[in-house]
Design a protein around this ligand. Structure first.
Ligand code: ZN
Ligand code: ZN
Ligand code: FE
Length: 735
């Protein structure tokens, strides 16, 4: 027999909370090795001692770790021989923190089988989980990931659960949230009745009532998706008039009765992350009470409790429980207090949610995930940058608040937080920031924020007493798409969004930029439009329509005579008007012109409805004009407005006009690129307007046809949620 060897392996990556130590224990046992394994702040450390051949075999088996884990690096060191009796899992120790945390994972097949088996001791138990599935980020209070640092610390495992937890060959060996009906979390119902809480909540849903249901990262409001009256009641009570709701369906078959599904969409829906996926309705005009546009956000049950509810319901509306702009409610007492006027019953449980996490929202583009909102199922996994970005903190933008913390090459992007004008959202933002700093042991030495002086994040940055880097909004959008693809530049950026503060102190929002992570030039833009009454025009989009007509020197009545004259006057005299080269606002104004709808109910309503109404087969376009001013090439939309008004006068179908308008923009993007990017630099597309699939797909294909390499977002959102990543990438490069 060859001489024995003693090795120490330090493993980094996602190795905590994913059954990694039990896995190591099992393979050490198979290879007859002695030693130990421990979770530490760095990841996992293994000591193995034994026959070199057996160690070799162990290292081979280590290449095939549990499904949820991800090994990023292994450092190996040979040590002097030691006395070991056998192989142990040691108690975790608190060291320097350098570990990743798993997102929350949908119930696995094994757990579902048990939950549906009348002979199993966890039959219909709503908190079943194992090392391959269950809650993670949302229940973790501190690291290392051990039960005592989760919201389940107060619950002691019963003998049967403890036995599983300690048995090497068990699926629940060292599963921290392990629980059963005897010892684990329980369902609670408010107002309290003698009935079984689950049964009572389902009964309420069937009766068309509204139920609050505590999920994984927060509490939702639910009602039967097939009862229009119930949906209307929910809209009335939540004061949410038109904004589309997401629908949780029992299974893929039920989804297919409502929406068209591609293979990629089906894979995304059934994946372990279980996001909400925006899917095309089978019939554009169906389910209008759920969604007034051509898509519905579909999600499959992502916790055992949801699975149990959906065994009795085919489809339910699921919307975050909160008062309009506030963050989602996560606390039982708060739910009972604040949702009393909205929910008829609250189906809650006694496993607290530590970290709020909204549902992720995606769609598929070119068969790949395209993020609208990156949250549950994805956070807090990091993205990877080409450059190290240690100790950098990027605070993001404002409307779709998010932050990013850097450590080595990792960027930890926050979950979705929401509009930071709202005090409670800002509290949530600061709480999540504090949590991330603790979890990942990052204490920033530099802070990066937007150029906008009025953003809450800018003001917060200035209060931090750290060196500040302010980054222009659209440049940060461009950098965020570059960072995802590890492009160092130079690139040509086409960045279209609602608004961002420009270097010239005006509002930008339809920009062509050339640059790399060190700097950029603004080479293209759009003729600015006037927002009559500033911010108010964002809601009252009829005002933008008036301004477009005035600027195009056309008489066209949007309002009744008196109001029309008043707005025209304000516009001509530039009284209380803000000028913006904003693509988002152009969409708003055009939608108001062609639909006659003068108010916007929620952010992004007009552009989405315009996209939905457009006739896909229409290939026509409007005239394209440009002018150059101070070396910036501006798209001049005034001729386009005249042509649209002509079409309206000739009673051309609105679906055709909408299509021609978007086609014009796509061709405009291509024209700008061909004129301004003669070197054929790679093109990156970013900004919230690229959530519009018509724009995205046509701009991509037009540019590709002209020989350009085109990049779009695949790991973060193209809207302001992605800004923090771009800010961080720029600062990392300049370190
Ligand atoms: Zn499981
Ligand atoms: Zn138990
Ligand atoms: Fe933006």
């Amino acid at each position: 027999m060859a001489a024995m060897k003693h090795l120490q392996l330090q493993i980094q990556g996602i190795v905590q909370g994913v059954g990694f130590r039990p896995f190591v224990h099992r393979i050490a046992y198979l290879c007859a090795l002695k030693g130990n394994v421990v979770n530490d702040g760095q990841g996992v450390t293994i000591h193995i001692q034994g026959d070199p051949k057996a160690i070799e075999r162990f290292l081979m088996l280590l290449q095939d770790p549990p499904a949820l884990s991800h090994i990023e690096s292994i450092q190996m060191k040979e040590l002097p021989l030691k006395e070991y009796d056998s192989f142990f899992i040691l108690e975790s120790e608190q060291g320097k923190r350098n570990t990743l945390i798993s997102p929350d994972i949908a119930p696995c097949e094994d757990c579902l089988k048990e939950m549906n088996d009348p002979k199993d001791r966890r039959y219909r138990y709503p908190f079943i989980n194992c090392t391959n599935c269950g809650p993670r980020y949302t229940i973790i209070q501190d690291i290392p990931y051990d039960r005592k640092y989760t919201t389940m610390h107060a619950l002691t495992m019963c003998d049967a659960c403890a036995e599983e937890y300690q048995t090497l060959t068990d699926r629940r060996y060292h599963a921290q949230p392990n629980a059963c009906a005897v010892c684990g979390p329980r369902l609670l119902l408010y107002p309290h009745t003698e009935d079984d809480p689950l049964f009572a909540a389902i009964q309420a849903l069937k009766d068309g009532r509204i139920a609050a249901i505590k999920g994984v990262g927060g509490i939702h409001l639910a009602c039967d998706a097939f009862q229009t009256a119930a949906i209307q009641r929910l809209r009335d009570r939540k004061k949410r008039e038109k904004k589309p709701f997401a629908v949780m369906v029992r299974d893929i078959q039920t989804a297919k009765t409502m929406v068209q599904l591609s293979k990629a969409e089906e894979a995304l829906l059934t994946g372990k992350e279980r996001p909400i996926v925006l899917c095309r309705k089978k019939d554009k005009n169906s389910f209008m009470a759920i969604s007034e546009n051509q898509e519905i956000g579909i999600v499959l049950p992502y916790s055992p409790l949801h699975v149990l509810v959906m065994q009795s319901m085919k489809a339910i509306i699921l919307t975050s429980a909160n008062n309009s702009e506030d963050p989602m409610v996560i606390d039982n007492a708060q739910a009972v207090r604040e949702l009393a006027a909205i929910a008829d019953v609250c189906l809650l449980h006694d496993r607290p949610i530590e970290n709020r996490c909204d549902d992720s929202l995606l769609r598929c583009f070119h068969e790949k995930p395209y993020f609208v909102r990156r949250s549950r199922g994805y956070v807090p996994l990091p993205l990877t940058l080409k450059d190290p970005c240690t100790d950098l903190l990027a605070l993001g933008a404002h409307q779709k608040g998010s932050f990013a913390l850097g450590k080595s090459h990792h960027v930890f992007l926050s979950p979705y937080i929401g509009n930071l004008e709202n005090y409670k959202s800002m509290q949530h933002y600061l709480h999540a920031l504090d949590t991330y700093q603790r979890f990942f042991d990052i204490y920033p030495k530099q802070v990066i924020c937007d150029l906008h002086p009025d953003y809450t994040t800018t003001q917060y940055a200035k209060s931090m007493k750290l060196p500040i880097l302010q980054v222009q909004h659209h440049y940060a959008h461009m950098a965020s798409c570059m960072a995802e693809h590890q492009l160092m530049g130079p690139v040509f950026g086409i960045i279209w969004d609602g608004s961002g503060y420009g270097e010239d102190h005006t509002i930008w929002g339809s920009e062509c930029l050339v640059g790399d992570l060190y700097g950029y030039h603004r080479v293209g833009s759009m003729h600015p439009l006037a927002l009559i009454g500033g911010e108010r025009a964002i809601h009252e989009i009829g005002r933008i329509a008036v301004a477009l007509c005035v600027e195009a020197e056309r008489n066209h009545s949007v309002y009744s005579a008196e109001l029309q004259t008043c707005y025209e006057d304000l516009c001509r005299k530039e009284h209380g008007c803000v000028k913006a080269s904003s693509m988002g606002r152009l969409f708003d104004g055009i939608y108001a012109l062609i639909s006659g709808c003068l108010m916007q109910d929620y952010d992004g309503q007009a552009p989405v409805l315009l996209e939905s109404m457009a006739e896909e087969r229409e290939e026509g376009q409007y005239p394209l004009f440009f002018y150059v001013k101070e070396e910036v090439r501006f798209f001049d939309w005034r001729r386009m407005i005249q042509a649209i008004l002509d079409d309206l006068d000739h009673l051309i179908d609105k679906a055709i006009i909408a299509a021609r308008f978007m086609n014009t923009l796509c061709l405009m993007a291509a024209e700008q690129c061909m004129k301004l990017n003669t070197e054929h630099l790679p093109v990156v597309l970013s900004g919230g307007c690229f959530l519009n699939q018509w724009l995205l797909s046509k701009v991509v294909s037009l540019l590709q046809q002209n020989g350009y390499r085109v990049y779009w977002h695949q790991q973060t959102s193209c809207n302001d949620e992605g800004i923090a990543l771009g800010q961080l990438a720029i600062a990392a490069q300049r370190k």
